[in-house]
Ligand binder design. Structure first.
Ligand code: 5GP
Ligand code: MG
Ligand code: MG
Length: 183
């Protein structure tokens, strides 16, 4: 089974060990940044950020709550539709709170821009962004994450939370899918 799954992968872009190591570094930068705050609301964007969120939050040493939002923009295709719709909202009030948005990847920037604006409007004290991956070549909307794990080239990647058609999220590495899978 496992082999069949990995057969669909053209190449491994970031292996498990590099992910763990880099995420620890991001967490220490984030700990340093928030060290004078007594609470942080960490918001993971479903579903792509789940692995990153788990790995990152294990290394955060500030009191924090873990929240999730689900927004839709991609569907089954590999291109952003430009429409960002909130499918599942926060369970909590973020007025005067420090909010850290955790995203799997920044591509065109549409998703994050819409989300950041929406959370700022609710009266958060601050809204910061950490993204595991960044594809700067694809940016349509100017947005900069406060922390980025890895800059990657313009290729469609899966694994470590990221899917193609809901599959491959469980791979422990970031890989490039063979074109034949989606063409
Ligand atoms: P944006 O709004 O920045 O165009 O899209 C961001 C979202 O699109 C990401 O959160 C992710 O769900 C999806 N996405 C963008 N690039 C990729 C990619 O290379 N692989 C996968 N699996 N999803 C991607
Ligand atoms: Mg996402
Ligand atoms: Mg997706």
């Amino acid at each position: 089974m496992r082999e069949e799954l990995e057969e669909k992968i053209e190449k491994v872009l970031i292996d498990e060990e590099s992910l763990t190591k880099r995420i620890k570094q991001l967490a220490s930068q984030i700990n340093e940044y928030y060290k004078d705050k007594n609470e942080l609301v960490i918001v993971g964007i479903l579903k792509g950020s789940i692995m990153f969120m788990a790995e990152l939050s294990k290394n955060i040493n500030i009191n924090c709550t873990l929240e999730f939002m689900d927004v839709s923009s991609y569907g089954a295709s590999t291109e952003s539709s430009g429409n960002v719709k909130i499918m599942k909202d926060l369970d909590t009030d973020i007025t005067n709170k420090e909010v850290l948005l955790v995203e799997d990847i920044i591509d065109t920037g549409r998703t994050l821009e819409a989300l950041r604006r929406s959370l700022e409007k609710r009266g958060a004290n601050s809204v910061k962004i950490v993204a595991l991956l960044d594809k700067p070549e694809r940016r349509l909307i100017e947005i900069k994450a406060d922390w980025v794990g890895f800059k990657i080239p313009n290729e469609f990647v899966v694994g470590f939370g990221l899917d193609y058609n809901q599959l491959y999220r469980n791979l422990p590495f970031i890989g490039v899918l063979k074109r034949e899978v989606y063409e």
